[in-house]
Design a protein around this ligand. Sequence first.
Ligand code: AR6
Length: 169
Amino acid sequence: MEKSFKVIKGDITQQKTDAVVNAANKTLLGGGGVDGAIHKAAGPMLLAKCVTLGGCKTGEAKITPGYNLPAEYVIHTVGPVWRGGDYNEHQLLADCYKNSLRLAEEYRLSSVSFPSISTGAYRFPLPEAAKIAVREIGKFLQTSKNVKEIYMVAFSDSAYLTYKHAPKE
Ligand code: AR6
C-alpha cells in the first residue's frame, strides 16, 4: 500500500485509525481540549490506566488502549508550553511527533491520527507548529515499515488551512 499523509477537518475522538494521539500534560491524568475529549470518549478505564504510568516528560510519549474509542490505542504525548521560542520548544514539539510515531511503529500500527499538539492551551504559534508537524511526519514516512497512513485532524477551518499549506521541508 502507498503511504499517505492527509490533513482533514474533524474531531480526533471520532477517528478510526489504529491509534489517535493525545495532546496530554505531564501528569497524564487528563485536562481540557483534546485531552478532555479523549478521556470523556474513552471512558474511565483510560484514567485508571494512566494513573499507573507515572506521568510523561515533555516531548516523550506513552501508549494505552483506546477503550471506548473507535481507535484501538491512544498515544499520549506532552507538547511544550510556548514560552517565546527560546526554551527548546521547536525541538520538543518535533520530539512529540517522532516519539509518538516511533511507538506506533513499535506496536506495528498502520494508521495514526494526530491533533495539532501544543497549539491550544500551550499556545505554540500555529504556523510554526504546522511546519514542524508536517516536516517530521514526512520524514518519518520515508523510512517507516508498519505505519503507512497518517492524518492531521484539524479542529477549525483556520487550523485546517494552515496545515494544508504548511511547507513540506
Ligand atoms: N479534536 C481535534 N482537535 C481538537 C479537539 C478535538 N476534539 N479539541 C481541541 N482540539 P489543546 P495543547 C484542538 O489545548 O495546546 C489540556 O488541558 C485545539 O483547537 O487540546 O497541547 C492538556 O491536559 C488546538 O488546536 O492541547 C494539557 O494541559 C489543538 O487541538 C494542555 O491542554 C490542541 O489544543 C495541552 O495543550
